[in-house]
Design a protein around this ligand. Structure first.
Ligand code: FES
Length: 175
């Protein structure tokens, strides 16, 4: 089997995505996500595989993959961590935390630590402004009200290959 191929089970999942929508083109986003989870990034051969599997023009698939920041056409570090520095998070500790991260982890100009383990990016609002600042990991986990201590714990877990447990966005009930 080529290095760039979906398994039978993955193909079945993609077909299930296609059945949810009126056209195969509409299944492009979940299929790109599945491909990214499998291959780590959406490099040109992965984009070609997605295009072939869905029967779409490669340029169309590339257009979607390069439009949304959650898709990585080139992975720069093993773990992607995105800190929200948008208005609320930025004003409520996010900006200071970003400076702390840059200084203590010695990020290069691309936001990557010297060992290539962590790749940091600033994020726009992640939709959890009630619990600033917010950190998103690999687009799959969110950490709320991040402090340097909380961040150090997250990094410790990631060094051991562990994502933090899933936490829903906390919703406060107005009283
Ligand atoms: S401003 Fe950071 S989650 Fe909204």
């Amino acid at each position: 089997m080529s290095a760039y191929a979906f398994t039978e089970e993955e193909l079945a999942r993609i077909e299930a995505f296609c059945r949810r929508y009126p056209t195969r083109q509409s299944a492009i986003m979940p299929t790109l996500w599945l491909a990214q989870e499998k291959f780590g990034e959406l490099s040109p051969p992965v984009l070609e595989l997605v295009a072939k599997t869905l029967g779409l023009p490669p340029a169309h698939v590339e257009g979607v993959a390069t439009f949304y920041s959650m898709y990585l056409t080139k992975r720069k570090g093993k773990w992607l961590l995105e800190l929200c520095t948008c208005f609320t998070c930025g004003e409520c500790g996010g900006r200071e935390l970003w400076n702390y991260i840059q200084e203590t982890l010695q990020l290069n100009e691309e936001g990557v630590t010297p060992d290539g383990l962590f790749w940091f990016r600033e994020a726009e609002c992640l939709g959890a402004c009630d619990t600033p600042p917010v950190l998103q990991i690999e687009g799959r986990r969110m950490v709320f009200s991040v402090t340097p201590e909380k961040l150090e714990n997250v990094l410790k877990g990631l060094r051991a290959g562990q994502l933090p447990p899933f936490e829903s966005v906390p919703i406060r009930n107005p009283e």
